[in-house]
Design a binder for this molecule. Structure first.
Ligand SMILES: [Zn+2]
Length: 224
């Protein structure tokens, strides 16, 4: 008879898995096994209460960090999603996916500064106000680009940007942008550099969404 026949050991650290009055050791939850394996790029079947918790902590912070870096990287790469006001660029072969839009509100006072500044629009401190409006415009465009990627698109055509003053002269500025998301089929021929950036964007965006889902399911579980 083999005395070890019915004994189970941790697939990672080989410590015995047991339930007993002199101490017990179980495997950690499936979601924890998943994130440890994801972080360590392993396919271990399980981790126990002895080796698991510390690894889980490392994996959680490691993946969080990766997620934060990816958000920055993806935002930068997404600028390769060109936004054009024209409807039909020459040499482009594309299919239309649908309407995308973005909205943004500037900080207080941006519009009044610009109206009152008159001719000195671009000089001195008003340049900062101009930058503030530009920033609102960029936020609206960023939203459109994100929606475009989600629809499987890689460019936006027929774009219109509308800037309105809210609450009269002293209020804020509301920027709204709309356009048509399209999927350009021949970037690999007509714009090779953009094509390569768009490929990197696609890979990183997929990874980011995976991490958001994975880490989101962990936080949801820890709240229960
Ligand atoms: Zn273990």
């Amino acid at each position: 008879m083999n005395a070890f026949k019915d004994q189970i050991f941790c697939p990672n650290c080989n410590v015995q898995i047991k339930e007993g009055i002199f101490g017990s050791n179980n495997l950690v939850k499936a979601i924890d096994i998943l994130i440890i394996n994801e972080f360590l790029e392993k396919k271990t079947d399980g981790y126990c209460k002895k080796c698991g918790p510390e690894l889980r902590q490392q994996a959680f912070s490691g993946l969080q960090e990766e997620k934060i870096l990816l958000v920055v990287e993806v935002s930068k790469l997404a600028e390769a999603i060109v936004v054009l006001s024209i409807e039909n660029p020459i040499n482009w072969e594309y299919s239309c996916l649908g309407l995308v839009s973005g909205q943004s509100i500037s900080q207080k006072g941006a519009f009044s500064e610009i109206v009152n500044s008159g001719i000195s629009f671009f000089s001195g401190t008003n340049e900062n106000r101009h930058k503030m409006i530009k920033a609102s415009e960029e936020r609206a465009l960023a939203q459109m680009r994100k929606k475009c990627i989600d629809m499987g698109g890689n460019a936006i055509l027929g774009a219109k940007i509308d800037i309105q003053a809210l609450n009269g002269d002293k209020g804020q500025v509301f920027v709204s942008a709309t356009g048509s998301a399209v999927s350009v089929k021949n970037f690999d021929i007509c714009d090779k550099l953009r094509f390569e950036v768009l490929q990197a964007l696609e890979t990183k965006y997929r990874r980011l969404n995976y991490l958001i889902t994975l880490l989101g399911s962990i936080s949801a579980e820890s709240q229960n």
